[in-house]
Write a protein that binds this ligand. Structure first.
Ligand SMILES: [Zn+2]
Length: 493
Protein backbone atom coordinates (compact mmCIF):
# COMPACT_ATOMS: atom_id res chain seq x y z
CA UNK A 1 0.00 0.00 0.00
CA UNK A 2 1.15 3.54 -0.51
CA UNK A 3 1.22 7.24 0.50
CA UNK A 4 1.22 9.77 -2.29
CA UNK A 5 4.24 10.78 -4.26
CA UNK A 6 7.04 9.94 -1.95
CA UNK A 7 8.18 8.89 1.43
CA UNK A 8 6.30 11.77 3.02
CA UNK A 9 3.42 9.36 2.86
CA UNK A 10 5.59 6.58 4.21
CA UNK A 11 5.05 4.35 1.25
CA UNK A 12 1.25 4.48 1.18
CA UNK A 13 -0.72 1.69 2.65
CA UNK A 14 1.90 -0.48 4.07
CA UNK A 15 3.36 1.54 6.88
CA UNK A 16 0.06 3.14 7.60
CA UNK A 17 -1.61 -0.20 7.63
CA UNK A 18 0.81 -1.43 10.20
CA UNK A 19 0.08 1.55 12.42
CA UNK A 20 -3.62 1.28 11.84
CA UNK A 21 -3.73 -2.41 12.48
CA UNK A 22 -1.99 -1.85 15.72
CA UNK A 23 -4.56 0.77 16.46
CA UNK A 24 -7.45 -1.53 15.74
CA UNK A 25 -7.25 -3.00 19.18
CA UNK A 26 -7.59 -0.95 22.31
CA UNK A 27 -4.13 -0.74 23.87
CA UNK A 28 -4.92 -2.90 26.82
CA UNK A 29 -5.91 -5.76 24.54
CA UNK A 30 -2.91 -5.56 22.23
CA UNK A 31 -0.69 -7.01 24.90
CA UNK A 32 -2.68 -10.25 24.78
CA UNK A 33 -2.01 -10.84 21.11
CA UNK A 34 0.32 -13.77 20.60
CA UNK A 35 3.77 -12.86 19.42
CA UNK A 36 6.91 -14.56 18.23
CA UNK A 37 6.88 -18.31 18.04
CA UNK A 38 3.11 -18.64 18.03
CA UNK A 39 2.03 -19.04 14.42
CA UNK A 40 -1.72 -18.80 14.24
CA UNK A 41 -3.58 -21.79 12.88
CA UNK A 42 -7.28 -21.01 12.88
CA UNK A 43 -9.96 -23.59 12.28
CA UNK A 44 -10.99 -24.49 8.73
CA UNK A 45 -14.35 -25.52 7.32
CA UNK A 46 -14.88 -27.64 4.26
CA UNK A 47 -13.55 -25.95 1.17
CA UNK A 48 -11.72 -26.53 -2.03
CA UNK A 49 -10.24 -29.81 -0.82
CA UNK A 50 -6.70 -30.28 0.41
CA UNK A 51 -4.59 -27.36 -0.75
CA UNK A 52 -1.63 -28.09 1.51
CA UNK A 53 0.59 -29.33 -1.34
CA UNK A 54 -0.23 -26.24 -3.37
CA UNK A 55 0.49 -24.05 -0.34
CA UNK A 56 3.90 -25.71 0.09
CA UNK A 57 4.65 -25.09 -3.56
CA UNK A 58 3.51 -21.48 -3.24
CA UNK A 59 5.77 -21.12 -0.20
CA UNK A 60 8.75 -21.87 -2.41
CA UNK A 61 7.53 -19.23 -4.90
CA UNK A 62 7.23 -16.77 -2.04
CA UNK A 63 10.76 -17.59 -0.90
CA UNK A 64 12.17 -17.14 -4.40
CA UNK A 65 10.29 -13.85 -4.81
CA UNK A 66 11.71 -12.56 -1.52
CA UNK A 67 15.21 -13.46 -2.75
CA UNK A 68 14.72 -11.26 -5.82
CA UNK A 69 15.52 -7.85 -4.39
CA UNK A 70 12.86 -5.46 -5.67
CA UNK A 71 13.54 -2.60 -3.27
CA UNK A 72 11.89 0.52 -4.65
CA UNK A 73 13.69 2.63 -5.72
CA UNK A 74 14.90 1.39 -8.13
CA UNK A 75 12.40 -1.53 -8.09
CA UNK A 76 13.91 -3.87 -10.68
CA UNK A 77 10.58 -5.66 -10.76
CA UNK A 78 11.34 -7.13 -14.17
CA UNK A 79 13.42 -9.88 -12.55
CA UNK A 80 10.44 -10.90 -10.41
CA UNK A 81 8.11 -10.67 -13.41
CA UNK A 82 10.38 -13.01 -15.38
CA UNK A 83 10.43 -15.48 -12.50
CA UNK A 84 6.61 -15.53 -12.41
CA UNK A 85 6.50 -15.89 -16.21
CA UNK A 86 8.61 -19.05 -15.91
CA UNK A 87 6.25 -20.55 -13.31
CA UNK A 88 3.26 -19.80 -15.53
CA UNK A 89 5.00 -21.21 -18.58
CA UNK A 90 5.50 -24.54 -16.79
CA UNK A 91 1.76 -24.59 -16.19
CA UNK A 92 1.08 -23.93 -19.85
CA UNK A 93 -0.19 -20.41 -19.18
CA UNK A 94 0.99 -17.65 -21.50
CA UNK A 95 1.91 -14.38 -19.82
CA UNK A 96 3.07 -11.02 -21.03
CA UNK A 97 5.62 -8.60 -19.64
CA UNK A 98 4.38 -5.03 -19.82
CA UNK A 99 7.39 -2.69 -19.98
CA UNK A 100 7.01 0.35 -17.70
CA UNK A 101 10.55 1.76 -17.37
CA UNK A 102 14.09 0.39 -17.76
CA UNK A 103 14.32 -2.72 -15.55
CA UNK A 104 10.68 -2.41 -14.60
CA UNK A 105 7.93 -4.50 -16.15
CA UNK A 106 4.53 -5.52 -14.90
CA UNK A 107 3.23 -9.01 -15.74
CA UNK A 108 -0.23 -9.98 -16.90
CA UNK A 109 -1.73 -13.39 -17.65
CA UNK A 110 -5.31 -14.46 -18.16
CA UNK A 111 -7.49 -17.52 -18.18
CA UNK A 112 -10.47 -16.91 -20.39
CA UNK A 113 -13.91 -18.38 -19.94
CA UNK A 114 -14.48 -18.45 -23.70
CA UNK A 115 -12.61 -17.94 -26.95
CA UNK A 116 -12.55 -14.17 -26.56
CA UNK A 117 -11.41 -12.05 -23.67
CA UNK A 118 -14.39 -10.53 -21.89
CA UNK A 119 -13.66 -7.76 -19.39
CA UNK A 120 -17.34 -7.26 -18.58
CA UNK A 121 -17.39 -9.93 -15.85
CA UNK A 122 -13.66 -10.51 -15.40
CA UNK A 123 -11.93 -10.86 -12.04
CA UNK A 124 -8.50 -9.22 -11.64
CA UNK A 125 -6.05 -10.55 -9.04
CA UNK A 126 -3.64 -7.75 -8.14
CA UNK A 127 -0.44 -7.67 -6.10
CA UNK A 128 2.66 -5.53 -6.29
CA UNK A 129 6.19 -6.85 -6.78
CA UNK A 130 8.17 -3.91 -5.35
CA UNK A 131 9.08 -3.63 -1.68
CA UNK A 132 10.29 -0.86 0.61
CA UNK A 133 13.93 -0.67 1.69
CA UNK A 134 15.48 -2.24 4.78
CA UNK A 135 17.69 -1.03 7.60
CA UNK A 136 19.93 -4.04 7.30
CA UNK A 137 21.74 -3.77 10.67
CA UNK A 138 18.40 -3.97 12.48
CA UNK A 139 17.42 -7.29 10.91
CA UNK A 140 18.36 -10.49 12.72
CA UNK A 141 18.40 -12.40 9.41
CA UNK A 142 19.20 -11.60 5.78
CA UNK A 143 16.16 -9.54 4.61
CA UNK A 144 16.47 -11.09 1.16
CA UNK A 145 17.31 -14.60 2.34
CA UNK A 146 13.75 -15.90 2.88
CA UNK A 147 15.07 -17.52 6.07
CA UNK A 148 12.77 -20.11 7.67
CA UNK A 149 12.73 -19.82 11.47
CA UNK A 150 10.31 -20.97 14.20
CA UNK A 151 7.54 -21.68 11.73
CA UNK A 152 7.94 -18.35 9.93
CA UNK A 153 9.48 -17.21 6.68
CA UNK A 154 11.45 -14.03 7.21
CA UNK A 155 12.07 -11.47 4.50
CA UNK A 156 11.16 -8.08 3.10
CA UNK A 157 7.84 -8.44 1.34
CA UNK A 158 6.80 -11.60 3.22
CA UNK A 159 3.47 -9.91 4.01
CA UNK A 160 3.68 -6.78 1.88
CA UNK A 161 3.03 -7.82 -0.81
CA UNK A 162 4.91 -10.86 -2.07
CA UNK A 163 2.83 -13.08 0.19
CA UNK A 164 -0.33 -12.03 -1.59
CA UNK A 165 1.47 -12.17 -4.93
CA UNK A 166 2.31 -15.84 -4.32
CA UNK A 167 -1.19 -16.63 -2.98
CA UNK A 168 -2.81 -15.00 -6.03
CA UNK A 169 -0.50 -17.01 -8.24
CA UNK A 170 -1.48 -20.22 -6.44
CA UNK A 171 -5.20 -19.54 -6.94
CA UNK A 172 -4.61 -18.73 -10.59
CA UNK A 173 -2.56 -21.87 -11.20
CA UNK A 174 -5.18 -23.90 -9.32
CA UNK A 175 -7.85 -22.78 -11.81
CA UNK A 176 -5.70 -24.00 -14.69
CA UNK A 177 -4.67 -27.28 -13.08
CA UNK A 178 -8.19 -28.27 -12.14
CA UNK A 179 -9.36 -27.43 -15.62
CA UNK A 180 -12.22 -25.53 -14.06
CA UNK A 181 -15.17 -24.66 -16.27
CA UNK A 182 -15.05 -20.91 -15.88
CA UNK A 183 -17.93 -18.48 -15.84
CA UNK A 184 -15.70 -15.42 -16.19
CA UNK A 185 -12.15 -14.50 -17.18
CA UNK A 186 -9.57 -14.40 -14.40
CA UNK A 187 -6.63 -12.05 -14.87
CA UNK A 188 -3.42 -12.29 -12.87
CA UNK A 189 -1.60 -8.98 -12.55
CA UNK A 190 1.75 -8.29 -10.86
CA UNK A 191 2.39 -4.55 -10.62
CA UNK A 192 5.39 -2.25 -10.13
CA UNK A 193 6.12 0.88 -8.17
CA UNK A 194 3.26 0.64 -5.70
CA UNK A 195 5.41 1.86 -2.82
CA UNK A 196 6.49 5.09 -4.52
CA UNK A 197 3.53 5.60 -6.85
CA UNK A 198 5.83 6.99 -9.50
CA UNK A 199 6.31 6.56 -13.24
CA UNK A 200 5.86 2.78 -13.22
CA UNK A 201 2.78 2.72 -10.99
CA UNK A 202 -0.75 1.42 -11.58
CA UNK A 203 -1.78 4.83 -12.85
CA UNK A 204 0.69 4.50 -15.74
CA UNK A 205 -0.18 0.84 -16.19
CA UNK A 206 -3.84 1.74 -16.64
CA UNK A 207 -2.92 4.54 -19.06
CA UNK A 208 -0.73 2.28 -21.23
CA UNK A 209 -2.28 -1.17 -21.01
CA UNK A 210 -5.89 -0.80 -19.94
CA UNK A 211 -7.21 -3.24 -22.54
CA UNK A 212 -5.10 -6.01 -21.02
CA UNK A 213 -6.24 -5.53 -17.44
CA UNK A 214 -9.79 -4.16 -17.70
CA UNK A 215 -12.10 -6.09 -15.37
CA UNK A 216 -15.35 -5.81 -13.49
CA UNK A 217 -13.90 -6.87 -10.13
CA UNK A 218 -10.51 -6.90 -8.48
CA UNK A 219 -8.94 -8.12 -5.29
CA UNK A 220 -5.84 -6.40 -3.94
CA UNK A 221 -4.13 -5.61 -0.63
CA UNK A 222 -5.88 -3.10 1.65
CA UNK A 223 -7.84 -5.19 4.17
CA UNK A 224 -6.74 -7.85 6.63
CA UNK A 225 -7.70 -10.92 8.59
CA UNK A 226 -7.38 -9.60 12.15
CA UNK A 227 -6.20 -11.96 14.86
CA UNK A 228 -6.70 -11.46 18.58
CA UNK A 229 -5.80 -13.86 21.39
CA UNK A 230 -4.67 -16.45 18.85
CA UNK A 231 -8.00 -16.47 17.02
CA UNK A 232 -9.29 -14.72 13.95
CA UNK A 233 -11.48 -11.93 15.33
CA UNK A 234 -12.86 -10.55 12.10
CA UNK A 235 -12.08 -10.11 8.43
CA UNK A 236 -11.88 -6.49 7.26
CA UNK A 237 -12.48 -6.00 3.55
CA UNK A 238 -11.40 -2.62 2.24
CA UNK A 239 -14.06 -1.12 -0.03
CA UNK A 240 -13.18 2.54 0.23
CA UNK A 241 -10.23 4.69 1.16
CA UNK A 242 -9.50 8.15 2.42
CA UNK A 243 -7.94 10.57 -0.01
CA UNK A 244 -4.36 11.69 0.61
CA UNK A 245 -3.44 15.30 -0.17
CA UNK A 246 -0.15 17.07 0.53
CA UNK A 247 -0.36 20.65 1.75
CA UNK A 248 2.47 23.14 2.27
CA UNK A 249 2.28 25.78 4.98
CA UNK A 250 4.58 28.72 4.30
CA UNK A 251 5.38 31.63 6.60
CA UNK A 252 7.19 34.68 5.23
CA UNK A 253 8.89 37.53 7.09
CA UNK A 254 11.91 39.79 7.22
CA UNK A 255 15.32 38.17 7.31
CA UNK A 256 17.97 39.65 9.56
CA UNK A 257 20.68 39.16 12.14
CA UNK A 258 19.47 36.84 14.86
CA UNK A 259 21.00 39.09 17.56
CA UNK A 260 18.06 41.47 16.99
CA UNK A 261 14.82 39.46 17.35
CA UNK A 262 12.02 40.42 14.97
CA UNK A 263 8.31 40.11 15.56
CA UNK A 264 7.66 38.75 12.05
CA UNK A 265 10.22 35.91 12.33
CA UNK A 266 8.76 33.23 9.97
CA UNK A 267 9.99 30.38 12.17
CA UNK A 268 7.91 31.65 15.07
CA UNK A 269 4.86 32.24 12.89
CA UNK A 270 5.17 28.83 11.25
CA UNK A 271 5.48 26.89 14.49
CA UNK A 272 2.50 28.70 16.00
CA UNK A 273 0.46 27.87 12.89
CA UNK A 274 1.55 24.21 12.91
CA UNK A 275 0.61 23.85 16.56
CA UNK A 276 -2.90 25.17 15.92
CA UNK A 277 -3.31 22.93 12.88
CA UNK A 278 -2.10 19.84 14.71
CA UNK A 279 -4.65 20.38 17.46
CA UNK A 280 -7.52 20.90 15.05
CA UNK A 281 -10.32 18.33 15.12
CA UNK A 282 -12.37 18.24 11.94
CA UNK A 283 -16.09 17.58 12.37
CA UNK A 284 -17.11 13.94 12.75
CA UNK A 285 -18.86 12.48 9.75
CA UNK A 286 -19.72 8.81 9.54
CA UNK A 287 -19.76 7.54 5.99
CA UNK A 288 -21.99 4.57 5.18
CA UNK A 289 -18.98 2.26 5.22
CA UNK A 290 -17.71 3.47 8.58
CA UNK A 291 -21.18 3.18 10.07
CA UNK A 292 -21.34 -0.44 8.87
CA UNK A 293 -17.87 -1.07 10.28
CA UNK A 294 -18.81 0.25 13.73
CA UNK A 295 -22.05 -1.74 13.75
CA UNK A 296 -19.99 -4.87 13.08
CA UNK A 297 -17.14 -4.16 15.47
CA UNK A 298 -19.31 -3.23 18.48
CA UNK A 299 -20.22 -6.82 19.45
CA UNK A 300 -16.52 -7.76 19.32
CA UNK A 301 -15.48 -5.11 21.83
CA UNK A 302 -15.97 -5.08 25.59
CA UNK A 303 -19.31 -3.79 26.82
CA UNK A 304 -18.06 -0.34 27.79
CA UNK A 305 -16.52 0.36 24.37
CA UNK A 306 -19.52 -1.21 22.64
CA UNK A 307 -21.80 1.15 24.55
CA UNK A 308 -19.89 4.20 23.25
CA UNK A 309 -19.77 2.84 19.71
CA UNK A 310 -23.56 2.50 19.81
CA UNK A 311 -23.87 6.05 21.13
CA UNK A 312 -21.91 7.80 18.36
CA UNK A 313 -24.97 9.06 16.60
CA UNK A 314 -27.16 9.83 19.58
CA UNK A 315 -27.89 13.55 20.02
CA UNK A 316 -27.11 13.67 23.73
CA UNK A 317 -24.08 11.40 24.05
CA UNK A 318 -22.67 11.43 20.51
CA UNK A 319 -20.04 14.06 21.10
CA UNK A 320 -18.70 12.41 24.22
CA UNK A 321 -18.81 9.01 22.52
CA UNK A 322 -16.66 10.15 19.59
CA UNK A 323 -14.15 11.63 22.04
CA UNK A 324 -13.91 8.40 24.02
CA UNK A 325 -13.54 6.32 20.85
CA UNK A 326 -10.96 8.67 19.34
CA UNK A 327 -8.91 8.41 22.55
CA UNK A 328 -9.31 4.62 22.66
CA UNK A 329 -8.12 4.01 19.12
CA UNK A 330 -6.37 6.55 16.86
CA UNK A 331 -7.52 4.68 13.78
CA UNK A 332 -11.16 5.06 14.80
CA UNK A 333 -10.53 8.78 15.13
CA UNK A 334 -9.08 8.87 11.61
CA UNK A 335 -12.02 6.87 10.26
CA UNK A 336 -14.53 9.44 11.54
CA UNK A 337 -13.10 12.70 10.22
CA UNK A 338 -10.63 14.46 7.92
CA UNK A 339 -7.20 14.43 9.53
CA UNK A 340 -4.02 16.48 9.24
CA UNK A 341 -0.57 15.27 10.28
CA UNK A 342 2.37 17.68 10.08
CA UNK A 343 5.23 15.57 8.70
CA UNK A 344 8.11 17.83 7.62
CA UNK A 345 9.64 21.15 8.65
CA UNK A 346 11.96 23.29 6.63
CA UNK A 347 13.50 26.51 7.89
CA UNK A 348 16.76 28.36 8.38
CA UNK A 349 20.22 28.44 6.81
CA UNK A 350 22.49 29.38 9.70
CA UNK A 351 22.25 29.52 13.46
CA UNK A 352 22.62 33.31 13.57
CA UNK A 353 20.33 34.28 10.67
CA UNK A 354 16.59 34.88 10.82
CA UNK A 355 15.35 33.36 7.55
CA UNK A 356 12.83 35.12 5.31
CA UNK A 357 10.77 31.97 4.89
CA UNK A 358 9.87 28.79 6.76
CA UNK A 359 7.63 25.96 5.63
CA UNK A 360 5.98 22.78 6.82
CA UNK A 361 4.42 19.84 5.03
CA UNK A 362 1.05 18.51 6.08
CA UNK A 363 -0.26 15.08 5.21
CA UNK A 364 -4.01 15.49 4.86
CA UNK A 365 -6.41 12.55 4.63
CA UNK A 366 -9.89 13.48 3.52
CA UNK A 367 -13.03 11.45 3.91
CA UNK A 368 -14.26 10.56 0.42
CA UNK A 369 -16.51 13.38 -0.73
CA UNK A 370 -14.89 16.12 1.37
CA UNK A 371 -12.84 18.79 -0.39
CA UNK A 372 -9.42 20.06 0.52
CA UNK A 373 -10.55 23.60 -0.33
CA UNK A 374 -13.12 23.55 2.47
CA UNK A 375 -10.59 22.15 4.93
CA UNK A 376 -7.94 24.74 3.98
CA UNK A 377 -10.46 27.56 4.39
CA UNK A 378 -11.17 26.27 7.91
CA UNK A 379 -7.46 25.95 8.76
CA UNK A 380 -6.65 29.40 7.36
CA UNK A 381 -9.34 30.89 9.58
CA UNK A 382 -7.95 28.97 12.55
CA UNK A 383 -4.34 30.06 11.91
CA UNK A 384 -5.51 33.64 11.47
CA UNK A 385 -2.11 34.99 10.43
CA UNK A 386 -1.61 37.02 7.23
CA UNK A 387 2.06 35.94 7.14
CA UNK A 388 1.06 32.28 6.76
CA UNK A 389 -0.30 30.66 3.59
CA UNK A 390 -1.58 27.14 2.98
CA UNK A 391 -1.27 25.60 -0.48
CA UNK A 392 -2.12 22.23 -1.97
CA UNK A 393 0.83 20.54 -3.65
CA UNK A 394 0.16 19.27 -7.13
CA UNK A 395 -1.01 15.70 -7.74
CA UNK A 396 -3.47 15.80 -4.90
CA UNK A 397 -5.45 12.58 -4.56
CA UNK A 398 -8.73 11.88 -6.26
CA UNK A 399 -11.70 10.49 -4.39
CA UNK A 400 -12.81 7.19 -5.86
CA UNK A 401 -16.35 5.85 -5.47
CA UNK A 402 -16.80 3.10 -2.85
CA UNK A 403 -16.95 -0.46 -4.07
CA UNK A 404 -20.40 -1.93 -3.62
CA UNK A 405 -21.37 -4.05 -0.61
CA UNK A 406 -24.10 -5.60 -2.73
CA UNK A 407 -21.94 -6.93 -5.58
CA UNK A 408 -21.65 -10.64 -6.35
CA UNK A 409 -17.96 -10.52 -5.61
CA UNK A 410 -18.30 -8.82 -2.23
CA UNK A 411 -20.84 -11.48 -1.29
CA UNK A 412 -18.38 -14.13 -2.46
CA UNK A 413 -15.62 -12.64 -0.30
CA UNK A 414 -17.93 -12.58 2.72
CA UNK A 415 -18.94 -16.20 2.15
CA UNK A 416 -15.43 -17.54 1.51
CA UNK A 417 -13.95 -15.63 4.49
CA UNK A 418 -16.65 -16.81 6.86
CA UNK A 419 -16.20 -20.41 5.70
CA UNK A 420 -12.44 -20.22 5.95
CA UNK A 421 -12.37 -18.72 9.43
CA UNK A 422 -15.19 -20.49 11.21
CA UNK A 423 -17.97 -17.95 10.72
CA UNK A 424 -16.20 -14.84 11.99
CA UNK A 425 -17.76 -11.49 11.03
CA UNK A 426 -16.69 -9.92 7.76
CA UNK A 427 -16.74 -6.12 7.96
CA UNK A 428 -16.29 -3.46 5.30
CA UNK A 429 -13.35 -1.11 5.83
CA UNK A 430 -12.80 2.43 4.73
CA UNK A 431 -9.05 2.48 5.02
CA UNK A 432 -7.22 5.54 6.27
CA UNK A 433 -4.35 4.44 4.00
CA UNK A 434 -4.32 4.57 0.21
CA UNK A 435 -3.96 1.67 -2.22
CA UNK A 436 -3.82 1.06 -5.96
CA UNK A 437 -7.50 0.15 -5.71
CA UNK A 438 -8.44 3.85 -5.81
CA UNK A 439 -7.14 4.03 -9.39
CA UNK A 440 -9.04 0.89 -10.30
CA UNK A 441 -12.24 2.21 -8.70
CA UNK A 442 -11.85 5.40 -10.71
CA UNK A 443 -11.90 3.14 -13.77
CA UNK A 444 -15.13 1.50 -12.78
CA UNK A 445 -13.61 -1.67 -11.31
CA UNK A 446 -15.33 -2.91 -8.14
CA UNK A 447 -12.14 -3.30 -6.11
CA UNK A 448 -11.81 -5.01 -2.77
CA UNK A 449 -8.82 -5.07 -0.43
CA UNK A 450 -7.99 -8.22 1.49
CA UNK A 451 -4.58 -9.64 2.32
CA UNK A 452 -5.79 -13.19 2.97
CA UNK A 453 -3.44 -14.22 5.79
CA UNK A 454 -4.47 -14.21 9.45
CA UNK A 455 -1.81 -12.05 11.04
CA UNK A 456 -1.19 -10.76 14.53
CA UNK A 457 -0.83 -7.10 15.31
CA UNK A 458 2.76 -7.85 16.25
CA UNK A 459 3.50 -9.20 12.76
CA UNK A 460 1.64 -6.36 11.03
CA UNK A 461 3.94 -3.93 12.83
CA UNK A 462 6.88 -5.47 11.00
CA UNK A 463 5.58 -4.47 7.58
CA UNK A 464 7.90 -1.73 6.37
CA UNK A 465 9.81 -2.40 9.60
CA UNK A 466 12.48 -4.88 10.68
CA UNK A 467 12.27 -8.66 10.52
CA UNK A 468 9.13 -8.76 8.38
CA UNK A 469 7.81 -12.30 8.35
CA UNK A 470 4.81 -14.52 7.74
CA UNK A 471 4.00 -17.76 9.51
CA UNK A 472 3.90 -20.75 7.21
CA UNK A 473 0.54 -21.72 8.71
CA UNK A 474 -0.97 -18.28 8.06
CA UNK A 475 0.37 -18.32 4.52
CA UNK A 476 -1.23 -21.72 3.90
CA UNK A 477 -4.56 -20.40 5.22
CA UNK A 478 -4.28 -17.45 2.88
CA UNK A 479 -3.60 -19.70 -0.09
CA UNK A 480 -6.62 -21.78 0.85
CA UNK A 481 -8.80 -18.68 1.15
CA UNK A 482 -7.72 -17.36 -2.25
CA UNK A 483 -8.32 -20.76 -3.89
CA UNK A 484 -11.72 -21.00 -2.20
CA UNK A 485 -12.63 -17.47 -3.25
CA UNK A 486 -11.41 -17.52 -6.85
CA UNK A 487 -12.58 -21.10 -7.41
CA UNK A 488 -15.96 -20.34 -5.87
CA UNK A 489 -16.48 -17.16 -7.83
CA UNK A 490 -15.02 -17.87 -11.26
CA UNK A 491 -15.76 -21.57 -11.76
CA UNK A 492 -19.18 -22.93 -12.71
CA UNK A 493 -20.41 -25.53 -10.26
ZN1 LIG B 1 1.78 -3.09 -0.19
Amino acid sequence: MQGIRNSVFCGRVCALLAIAAVAVLPTRLSAQVPGIGQPVVPQTNSGPGDTSALAREATTWLAELIKINTTNPPGNEEAAAKYIARILQKEGIASELLPMAPGRSALVARLNASAFADPSKALLLVAHMDVVGVERPKWTVDPFGAVPKDGYIYGRGAIDDKGMLAANLAAFVYMKRTNARMNRDVIFLATDDEEASGDASIKMLIAKYWDKIAAKYSINEGGNVFVKNGKVQYVGVQVSEKVPVTVTVTAKGTSGHASIPLKDNPVTHLTAAVEKIANYNAPVHLTTIVRRYFEGIAPLEDSEIAKWIRSIETPDRGEHATRVLADTNPMWNAMMRDTVSPTMLNAGVRANVIPSEASATLNVRLLPGNTVTALLAELTKLVNDPQVKLEVQKDGGLAAPDSSLESDFYQAIVKASAEEFGGVPVLPLQSTWATDSAQLRLHNVQSYGLVPFPVTVEDLRRMHGDDERISAAAFAKGVNLMVRLVGGFAASH
